[in-house]
Design a protein around this ligand. Structure first.
Ligand code: NAP
Ligand code: ZN
Ligand code: ZN
Length: 351
């Protein structure tokens, strides 16, 4: 089947409309009309060729909310008319140890997990195409139930990547009541990190390079805000965190953050900047047995758990709606940290 989509033809080209092939739906497939798609910084890294191995044309988008239009005969949890979500993965081997433990993001099969875009497509098609499109066909295992109310749907889309990418490490490193947690970079991921850590009952310290976000970070649920360029403000938190989540999308010095960890504390990186961070100093790691770790999105079951947690508490993303044709302008604003806090494409603007 064919669908309209918005694609980058090359790393240098602005995005524009194309028609792409989706596989013919099989017995396990869910066909979804895309209503909203969040704009992740990974879309920008990918479309503009900042990461290696990008296949063009490239249709980004992995924060998808849509309406189910049809389901295959073996589909159990979805029916025509349901709201559905699709995040960063659309397939994996299902049989390796990580897949069997609901950690599809770490699939150890021959090809790893299949990304919603820039992945290996089934059915002889060239590569997967993401949510900047009118329709998508996804195996039922990778489709999420959406229990937010209709008026929250656009603001729910960013939970499919920004939400789960912050939720998973917060849970893994046991963030909760009585714990002090740092969230670095108050962009799409970081603002969800603040909201979710607050909802989990932690004492949240937001780190931003933007003086203008000081009040906004408090409004999102932070207990304290540190402008990270200010050495005095940073020094006040030295040796005080068991866990800091760093969401920054650009290369930067990590040492000022490792120095804020207590002994045995962990600085977890989720940002994937185009250029590597400067090598961290070893001394702050050795003295205190501190660790620098990484985290990748989250499994499908964990994504459903996060979506349901957010639906019960009315948690959504703070979004700015855009038309499909304005995507390159949105990318340029994202590069200037000028977004509060996630752009979401209204697919009704694209026909
Ligand atoms: P975003 O909305 O652009 O937010 C990034 C934030 O980082 C900015 O708002 C800014 O916050 C801060 N920042 C930007 N440039 C900076 C600089 N030069 N120095 C210090 N801080 C800077 O991006 P996002 O969508 O949240 O994504 C963040 C990163 O995570 C991207 O690299 C993305 O590819 C990656 N990602 C990883 C995963 C994963 O599974 N690991 C999943 C999704 C995304 P302040 O204004 O507050 O400083
Ligand atoms: Zn993403
Ligand atoms: Zn696997």
């Amino acid at each position: 089947m064919q669908t309209k989509a918005y694609a980058a033809a090359t790393a240098k080209a602005p995005l524009g409309p194309i028609t792409v092939d989706r596989r013919e739906p099989g017995p396990n497939d869910v066909v979804i009309d895309v209503l909203y798609c969040g704009v992740c910084h990974s879309d920008l890294h990918t479309a503009r060729g900042e990461w290696p191995g990008i296949l063009y044309p490239c249709v980004p988008g992995h924060e998808i909310i849509g309406r189910v239009t049809s389901v295959g005969n073996d589909v159990k949890n979805f029916a025509e008319g349901d709201m559905a979500g699709v995040g960063c993965m659309v397939d994996s081997c299902r049989t390796c140890s990580p897949c069997e433990h609901d950690l599809e993001q770490f699939c150890a099969g021959p090809h790893g997990f299949t990304g919603t875009y820039n992945g290996a497509a089934k059915g002889g098609l060239p590569n997967t195409f993401g949510g900047y499109s009118k329709q998508i066909v996804v195996d039922q295992h990778f489709v999420l139930n959406v229990r937010h109310s209709d008026d929250q749907l656009a603001a729910t889309a960013p939970l499919l990547c920004a939400g789960i990418t912050t939720w998973s490490p917060l849970k893994h490193w046991n963030v909760g009541p009585g714990k002090k947690v740092g969230i670095v970079g108050i962009g799409g991921l970081g603002h969800m990190g603040v909201k979710l850590a607050h909802a989990l009952g932690a004492h949240v310290v937001a780190f931003t390079t933007s003086e203008s976000k000081r009040q906004a970070a408090l409004d999102l649920g932070a207990n304290e805000v540190v402008v990270s360029k200010n050495a005095d403000e940073m020094a006040a938190h030295a040796d005080s965190f068991a866990f800091i989540l760093n969401t920054v999308a650009a290369s930067h010095d990590l040492d000022p953050f490792t120095n804020l960890l207590k002994h045995d504390g962990t600085l977890t990186l989720v940002g994937v900047p185009e250029h590597p961070h400067p090598s961290p100093s070893v001394a702050p790691l050795i003295f205190g047995r501190r660790a620098i770790a990484g985290s990748l999105i989250g499994g499908i079951a964990e994504t459903q758990e996060m979506l349901d947690f957010c639906a019960e508490r009315g948690i959504t993303s703070d979004v700015e709606m855009i038309a499909m044709k304005d995507i390159d302008h949105a990318y340029d604003r994202m590069l200037k940290s000028d977004v509060k806090y996630r752009f979401v494409i209204d697919m009704a603007t694209f026909n």
